[in-house]
Design a protein. Sequence first.
Length: 195
Amino acid sequence: MLNFRGAKFIKSATSKLDRPEKKLKEVLFVGRSNVGKSSLINALVDNKSLCFTSSKPGHTRLLNYFEIKDSCYLVDAPGYGYSKAGHQHDENFAKMMEDYFSDNNELSLVVFLIDSRREVREEEMDLFNLFNADHIPYVIVLTKCDKLNQSEKAKAIKEINTSLSHVDKSNILFTSIDDKKSIESLQKYIANAIK
Ligand code: GTP
Ligand code: MG
């Protein structure tokens, strides 16, 4: 099993050309602003202060590389769908992600975060199509599931299956940063993907 603890921040990059010199497999965390990407990385590596998290959306702006020692990078992407800077920010985001996904030999897994309480938006469908088109392995992570009861969970799964076509059930996980079991399931998924 990978040793997630002791993960270190390496650098912020503007594109994949700007990635760290040492090549390792990459696991990208992507999703709407405020969905919980940075918090989830912190939960995975058991270090609350590794990534900066914020209750205000739009905090993470670049691709932030965190190294799991000699195994892989966890890459925290900026959130999208937040427009303090108007549409310009989302356009920049779309360009940055298109560039990141294309011909990316290092990318081993996309962890695609969707807030379990919300409907799937068009931007999320676009992003999903983007990594499907490039045959990039993904896992859909439904975040903040501590806010849901069983029937709401079933509704969330239904919403995914309706909005995103061809999602296998084994590619959907629920997480809550305070639920250790859910974090361990994601750790196992990641360890498997970078084998
Ligand atoms: P950007 O960097 O702006 O794109 O946001 P982000 O996706 O990195 O979100 P971040 O991790 O900063 O979390 C946003 C808010 O959601 C914070 O207030 C977190 O405390 C909260 N949050 C994250 N994960 C969970 C969770 O599992 N459960 C609950 N209840 N809240 C969570
Ligand atoms: Mg963030």
